[in-house]
Design a protein around this ligand. Structure first.
Ligand code: CUA
Length: 365
């Protein structure tokens, strides 16, 4: 009896620990629970939050009421020697009606704000800035075009980091290049699918400038758990300055420098089969990319060293507390060892190749 109690208690503790760790309340090395969906930081997340809590408390109240009623019934009507069978109420029409109508009324009451919120969150405001979010196995791509300050036909592509102006509605246009993914920025909105051949919309808005973490929320293959992103909300003027910087092509490094050698590695080792760098007009005949980018698309690296692009490889590197350069070395040496199934292969680069590549990548601001 005692040992059964002890194992029950142990099971309870294990369950509690698992439940709490899922909420990220007890992960000391994770700053400020970055994926906490109970900490809304924008109007759309708040809309969901203000629907969640009343529904939660109604459900909690019903749960407590039903459990108490069961306990009371078990206690009051328990079998005792000499006791007659209690009055049977099976098929009592009045009771049947009561316990059908009350839940129906509760559900109808909850349905009104639920349906209103769902429809409200489906359509973006017509004048909101549209940013394309394209999911790949296993990283998020963000494309900007037709944005104030951008010349017609110009396009900006970033990976892992979505830069948005703070305190403005942004309409994320969700698509997928391969399988079904799910874009989830818990502090700014709920989850929404990215489906191949379909466009879904997601309204995003952050009250304050800051970094808001995102994660793929649909199992999408081997490295699903390593498919992250960050939304960088910045003041309006910084957003405009960022757009202006992103429109600049990459400069060609001076010959004879490590960065020049790194560019040669980039051109010859196979990187250009997937990655694009938009170079300035150059007389060295360095092509932007040798294969049409539609053929196979890896992240555009023109602004790899941008100040907001603080993470790479699906935003899983650098790991918490790891230095950027150490992480980059680890990644270039053997990508699939970091992200199982990664389409970026181990290219067999030498240590010198990697050092030069990093020297060049660092120039891509
Ligand atoms: Cu993409 Cu999971």
């Amino acid at each position: 009896m005692r040992s059964r109690l002890r194992s029950l208690r142990l099971a309870g503790l294990v369950f509690l620990a698992l439940a709490l760790s899922a909420c990220q309340l007890i992960a000391p090395d994770v700053e400020d629970a970055p994926l906490n969906s109970l900490d809304p930081q924008g109007p759309f997340a708040r809309q969901i939050d203000s629907l969640f809590w009343p529904v939660f408390w109604i459900a909690a109240g019903i749960f407590v009421f039903v459990q108490l009623a069961i306990i009371v019934a078990v206690f009051l009507f328990r079998d005792r020697p000499g006791r007659k069978e209690p009055k049977q109420i099976h098929g009592n029409a009045k009771l049947e009606v009561i316990w059908t109508v009350i839940p129906a009324l509760i559900l109808a009451t909850i349905a009104v704000p639920t349906v209103r919120t769902v429809f409200d969150l489906t359509e973006c405001a017509p004048d909101s800035m549209r940013i394309e979010v394209i999911a790949h196995q296993w990283w998020f791509e963000f494309r900007y075009s037709n944005i104030e300050g951008m010349p017609a036909g110009a396009e900006i592509e970033t990976a892992n980091t979505m830069v948005i102006p703070a305190d403005e509605e942004v309409c994320a246009v969700l698509q997928s290049e391969d399988v079904v993914h799910n874009f989830w920025v818990p502090k700014l909105h709920g989850k929404r699918y990215l489906v191949p051949g379909q466009e879904n919309l997601l309204r995003l808005q952050a009250d304050e400038p800051g970094t808001y973490y995102a994660h793929c929320a649909e199992f999408c293959g081997l490295s699903h758990s390593l498919m992250r992103a960050q939304v960088e909300a910045v003041p309006r003027e910084e957003f405009e300055a960022w757009i202006a910087r992103q429109l600049q092509p990459a400069a060609i490094p001076d010959e004879g420098t490590p960065a020049w050698d790194g560019l040669q590695v980039f051109q010859s080792a196979g990187c250009v089969q997937c990655h694009t760098v938009d170079f300035e007009d150059n007389d060295q005949n360095i092509p932007d990319n040798i294969i049409p980018r539609e053929a196979f698309n890896g992240p555009n690296l023109t602004h790899f060293a941008d100040q907001y692009r603080t993470h790479f490889a699906g935003a899983v590197l650098p790991e918490h507390g790891e230095d950027f350069e150490t992480a980059l070395k680890r990644w270039l040496a053997d990508p699939p060892s970091v992200k199982p199934g990664s389409y970026m292969p181990d290219l067999g680069l030498t240590e010198a190749d990697i050092d030069n590549l990093i020297a060049w990548l660092r120039t891509l601001e």
